[in-house]
Design a protein around this ligand. Structure first.
Ligand SMILES: Cc1cc2nc3c(=O)[nH]c(=O)nc-3n(C[C@H](O)[C@H](O)[C@H](O)COP(=O)(O)OP(=O)(O)OC[C@H]3O[C@@H](n4cnc5c(N)ncnc54)[C@H](O)[C@@H]3O)c2cc1C
Length: 386
């Protein structure tokens, strides 16, 4: 299948080669057992792929978001799921952009070597949801440490991470001029925090995605773990979200190609009424349409990557890429399932697993409605709705 993604062939071939050691049966078993693909993530780490965006001076490869996105795309295109490890690729960006020289020198080389995992980011809260600036988790400075109280929800990969970036309010909402002010970000050592002020409750969910509720009850973290300036944390988090959204767009593109390839292969091979089902336009057209939408979304993904790598503002393109790619992959998922008929529901065909996995991206890390609202207000200048 010839696609827009015929660039960066050296990276693609290396990732495909690595992924070929982890066949569909591996991911089927991991999914059925609700296990973590530890061997797969270890192989990616040892090969240095998850350190792609860490500058060379800190021991990474110093590659751009474009190349990083190709890595994530190829993992999903090969039948795997980057969701198990994509946090390691982009969370460090917050530290890189806003951390002190000491923090960067302490953590980035260890992250690059895979000795430290910074796979988790704690933003979402149960009572405030997408209305992030109203979050209720507080961090109060007492001497040389901050005391954290509150609750987070849907915080992923805690069990497979050593560190977490946490967003908490350091100045009450009532005392700031703008609601985006007065929040700060911290690096939390998860091993120290666990059962020492932080408790974790896993959330069983539709996909094999380790995600959790976190409860903070007077968790103490060193003041030295504040990243950047106190009160500026929301801005720092937003900076990092553009990379996250663009990488996830690339993962959706990878999923999309996977669904199209499976659908076309099956449509060619499955004989019903004495002919391949793919001979019927009722089968061909939805596949062709889904493929067209993936190619179109892919253009916006590369545009977002190009702007990010040039250091230019890319919020609009990152958001639009994420929405278009998530819609395209979800459409392709439905088409693939429909093309497979009953067999689409059988786990051994992988379609139902990938179908569930790609569905997540309509909601996380930002839901489609919130992207539309961003475009309506920030790009088109329509009145604020909330
Ligand atoms: C598997 C999984 C993993 C996750 N991992 C993480 C993580 O690691 N870290 C983290 O911080 N978060 C994580 N999240 C949280 C995720 O980012 C949120 O679920 C997502 O941003 C949506 O927020 P919410 O669930 O609070 O929905 P809500 O804000 O409650 O919204 C519910 C629905 O209403 C819609 N809606 C809300 N307000 C409006 C409006 N004004 N106009 C129109 N529609 C509106 C939304 O689009 C959404 O569809 C994860 C979520 C899942 C499911």
């Amino acid at each position: 299948m010839k696609t827009l993604s015929d660039n960066f062939l050296d990276i693609r071939e290396a990732i495909r080669d690595l992924c070929s050691s982890f066949p569909n049966e591996y991911f089927q078993k991991i999914d059925a057992d609700r296990a973590y693909p530890a061997e797969f993530v270890q192989a990616l780490t040892e090969a240095g792929w998850l350190a792609a965006m860490i500058p060379q001076e800190y021991g990474g490869s110093g590659l751009g978001l474009t190349e990083a996105s190709v890595i994530m795309e190829e993992i999903n295109r090969s039948g795997g799921n980057s969701g198990a490890c994509h946090g390691q690729m982009y969370n460090m960006g917050t530290l890189l952009r806003h951390g002190s020289p000491t923090q960067k020198e302490t953590y980035l080389p260890q992250i690059a070597r895979g000795e430290l995992r910074l796979q988790s980011m704690g933003v979402t809260e149960p009572t405030t949801g997408t209305d992030t600036t109203k979050l209720k988790t507080t961090a109060v400075k007492k001497g040389d440490h901050y005391v954290i109280n509150g609750q987070k929800v849907w915080i992923s990969r805690i069990q497979h991470s050593d560190l977490m970036i946490l967003l908490a309010r350091t100045t009450p909402l009532a005392e700031v001029k703008r609601k985006s002010e007065g929040m700060s970000i911290f690096l939390v050592d998860l091993h120290q925090a666990l059962d020492n002020g932080m408790t974790v409750r896993p959330i069983p969910n539709m996909v094999n995605h380790d995600t959790n509720e976190l409860f903070f009850d007077n968790l103490e973290i060193p003041a030295a773990n504040l990243i950047g300036q106190e009160g500026e944390g929301f801005k720092y988090i937003l900076d990092g979200l553009n990379a996250e959204r663009t990488l996830i767009a690339a993962e959706c593109i990878g999923d999309g190609y996977w669904f199209i390839e499976r659908a076309t292969n099956y449509a060619r091979e499955r004989i019903v009424f004495d002919r391949p089902i793919g001979q019927n336009q009722g089968i061909q057209f939805p596949i062709a349409k889904a493929f067209t939408n993936i190619e179109a979304a892919n253009l916006m993904r590369y545009k977002a990557c190009e702007l990010f790598d040039a250091g230019a503002p890319c919020g609009t393109q990152a958001n639009m890429a994420k929405m278009l790619a998530a819609d395209a992959s979800w459409d392709a998922a439905n088409v693939c399932l429909q093309t497979h008929g009953g067999f689409g529901f059988a786990s051994e065909y992988d379609v139902e697993r990938k179908f569930r996995e790609t569905r997540l991206y309509q909601v996380a890390p930002i839901s489609t409605n919130l992207i539309l609202s961003y475009v309506a207000e920030h790009v088109l200048g329509l009145p604020r709705s909330f």
